[in-house]
Design a protein around this ligand. Structure first.
Ligand code: C2E
Ligand code: CA
Ligand code: CA
Ligand code: CA
Length: 275
């Protein structure tokens, strides 16, 4: 049935109102939650496909709420970012990530997501660096992922704080590359080690020459700038073959593994050819 303009507006504002109410519910529940007990990390391998070897595990948060059940980060991270509560949650998650990595071989690192609120204030970044230093984990095993959107919250402050992180000895990667704006002007200002090509470019890789061209030019750009390049969202052998043809060999996605529980990681690493 055809909708009138007015009905569309009503449908939109109903949806909008529901989203606002859901965010408020999530935020309230989060503030009352036992963060230590209810939030946990899952780990997804970033694999060097030439050697079938895991280089890093990306830490992806989950919330097992006694009130709401299992909540995905697509819902709660957004709510936590809107309210700024994320900067209370991040240190809790970072501690968990640093405890987890101690169980795994030295050659395996972690990649940890930071939000805009985490990198906008010096004292918050210094607190994260403090957590890292006290953990005893070598900063060379730790990478932080930031997005262009997070940087845009306050580019000057964010830049200064990214430099503080670099000085602490960690690596920085630019997440969701290609989905934000002003990508190219940002990457030359940042002390980056890596870019992560967003999974949206991979979905139709097999059918779309345009997608293949985008990915291969990002890959060439990263080579020219001496950055590594990780491709996310790789689900099939066909996509992997195309990417290897393009020269992209750092791969993350369901093809290798979905995000795993902490207890599953060991068996995964042992199952790979080099271990
Ligand atoms: P992201 O950082 O871009 O993480 C990649 C997302 O893609 C993850 O979703 C992962 O499970 C999913 N994914 C990985 N491989 C595949 C694949 O082959 N196919 C498909 N369809 N999806 C794949 P997840 O775990 O639901 O996380 C969603 C987003 O929430 C993350 O996107 C990140 O932006 C945010 N997030 C998760 N954990 C944290 C955290 O601890 N801190 C912050 N600040 N953000 C987080
Ligand atoms: Ca990420
Ligand atoms: Ca990403
Ligand atoms: Ca994403």
């Amino acid at each position: 049935a055809k909708r009138t303009g007015r009905m569309k507006t009503m449908v939109f504002s109903d949806e909008h109102e529901r989203d606002v109410r859901e965010a408020a519910l999530l935020e309230r529940t989060m503030r009352e939650a036992d963060l230590e007990a209810e939030f946990f990390l899952t780990f997804q391998p970033i694999v060097d496909s030439n050697e079938d070897r895991t280089l890093l595990l990306e830490c992806l948060a989950r919330w097992q709420s006694p009130v709401l059940g299992l909540v995905s980060p697509g819902r709660f991270i957004v709510a936590a970012e809107q309210s700024g509560f994320i900067s209370t949650l991040t240190p809790v998650l970072l501690k968990k990530a640093l405890e987890a990595i101690k169980q795994w071989p030295e050659e395996v690192g972690i990649s940890f997501n930071l939000s805009g609120h985490d990198i906008v204030a010096a004292e918050k970044v210094l607190a994260l660096i403090g957590i890292l230093m006290r953990s005893g984990v070598s900063p060379s095993r730790v990478e932080f992922e930031v997005t262009e959107t997070a940087l845009m919250m306050n580019i000057e402050e964010a830049l200064a704080n990214i430099h503080r992180l670099k000085e602490a000895g960690v690596r920085i990667s630019l997440d969701d590359f290609g989905t934000g704006y002003s990508s190219l002007s940002q990457i030359q200002k940042l002390p980056l080690d890596k870019i992560k090509v967003d999974g949206s470019f991979i979905r139709d890789l097999a059918d779309s020459e345009a997608s293949r061209k985008i990915v291969s030019s990002v890959s060439a750009l990263s080579r020219d700038l001496s950055l590594s390049c990780v491709v996310e969202g790789v689900e099939t052998r066909e996509q992997l073959d195309i990417l290897q043809g393009i020269g992209c060999h750092l791969i993350q996605g369901y093809f290798y593994s979905k995000p795993m529980r902490e207890t599953e990681v060991d068996a995964f690493l042992k199952g790979q050819s080099n271990l």
